[in-house]
Design a protein around this ligand. Structure first.
Ligand code: NAD
Length: 342
């Protein structure tokens, strides 16, 4: 999956009959997946194990199966060395030396639940993980998948602030699945390869806060009827619920989320590795709107987010969507901040 985006990063050299992998001049990165035994965590780890920029992959979870998942993945003949870490006492070793910590730890939705219903359980999980990141790898980039993303990013940020190591360019909420879904649906409507579709999705990651900017789609969406544009917008906003309903109590999106998470991780690593034109949407600290965190296209670089590209021109319908999203986002952000500062 990375072949289009990445140049080969190393060559296999045979020395005294033994193969050693030379990765210079590229950097070698350590990635941690926290929540690695879960529905998202396992396929996400599988995909990250295939990324040639990763030389260390640490899997952390509470579940007893975690070391076994690591052994299983370690038999893949890709360069990343895999370690398994189970339970809080093994967390510091997992996090130490990390460049990127991807977090899908926490409970998912069941039918009838909103993402906000997960707050009480997931808030303390993300808070505690952020605390260990602050202690062990304060410069690591955190990519938070755990819902509700709109509140979890403020939680992690407040923890890092208290620890004196907060860098807003290094704390991301993963909204890539919204972009992936929008591109999949537009590809279907237009009858083109969905990989060729570029579509920004801005705002946040729940219900009305998900704003696909269909007017900026490349290629243009082949829909002229405003009713159909609005139906597509709703479908993208509610696509997570579509999966939750279809899984009928078996959880929420896992495989498509793992794909999206691996795509975001790859963008972050390419940026860290010195590429200068890597663009993805993510939810970060922001002063673009009245909401103090906001998702939109970003350029990734050596320090995480290198440049905020803003969200460009919105048509009247999209401006209305933005107006509806802001109060909800502000509420979600305050909930997260209050949780840490109570
Ligand atoms: P899951 O229940 O299958 O897996 C979660 C894993 O987290 C489990 O293995 C569990 O043991 C682990 N875990 C729980 N507490 C932990 C802790 N304190 N430390 C480490 N690991 C811990 O759930 P899932 O389907 O993988 O979903 C995970 C999260 O991702 C949910 O909150 C879900 O809502 C969210 N999600 C986000 C998006 C997105 O677009 N950002 C999409 C889908 C799901």
């Amino acid at each position: 999956m990375f072949s289009r985006a990445l140049k080969p990063v190393g060559t296999l050299a045979v020395q005294n009959g033994a193969k050693s992998f030379s990765t210079s001049p590229q950097r070698n990165f350590k990635v941690v997946v926290a929540g690695a035994a879960g529905g998202i965590g396992q396929p996400l780890a599988l995909l990250i194990k295939q990324n040639p920029l990763v030389t260390q992959l640490a899997l952390y979870d509470l579940a007893p199966v975690t070391p076994g998942v690591a052994v299983d993945l370690s038999h893949m003949n890709t360069v990343a060395k895999v370690t398994g870490h189970k339970g809080p006492e093994e967390l510091p070793a997992a996090i130490k030396g990390a460049d990127l910590v991807v977090i899908p730890a926490g409970v998912p939705r069941k039918p009838g639940m909103t993402r906000d219903d997960l707050f009480n359980t997931n808030a303390s999980i993300v808070r505690d993980l952020a605390q260990v990141v602050a202690e062990q790898s304060p410069k690591a980039i955190m990519a938070i998948i755990t819902n509700p993303v709109n509140s979890m990013v403020p939680i992690a940020s407040e923890v890092l602030k208290k620890a004196g190591c907060y860098d807003p360019n290094r704390v991301l909420g993963v909204t890539t699945l919204d972009v992936v879904r929008a591109a999949a649906f537009i590809g279907e409507i237009n009858g083109v390869d969905p990989q060729s579709v570029q579509i920004p999705v801005i705002g946040g990651h729940s219900g009305v806060t998900i704003i696909p900017v269909l007017s900026q789609s490349k290629p243009a969406v082949k829909l002229t009827d405003q009713g159909k544009i609005e139906a597509l917008t709703k479908r993208i906003q509610e696509a997570g619920t579509e999966v939750v309903k279809a899984k009928a109590g078996g959880g929420s999106a896992t495989l498509s989320m793992a794909y999206a998470g691996a795509r975001l991780a790859n963008a972050v690593l390419r940026g860290l590795n010195g590429e200068s034109n890597v663009v993805e949407c993510a939810y970060i600290k922001s002063d673009l709107t009245e909401a103090s965190y906001f998702a939109n296209p970003l350029v990734f670089g050596k320090g995480g987010v290198a440049k905020n590209l803003g969200y460009g021109a919105l048509n009247a319908y999209e401006q209305q969507l933005l107006k509806e999203a802001i109060p909800e986002l502000k509420k979600n952000i305050v909930t997260g901040e209050k949780f840490v500062n109570k």
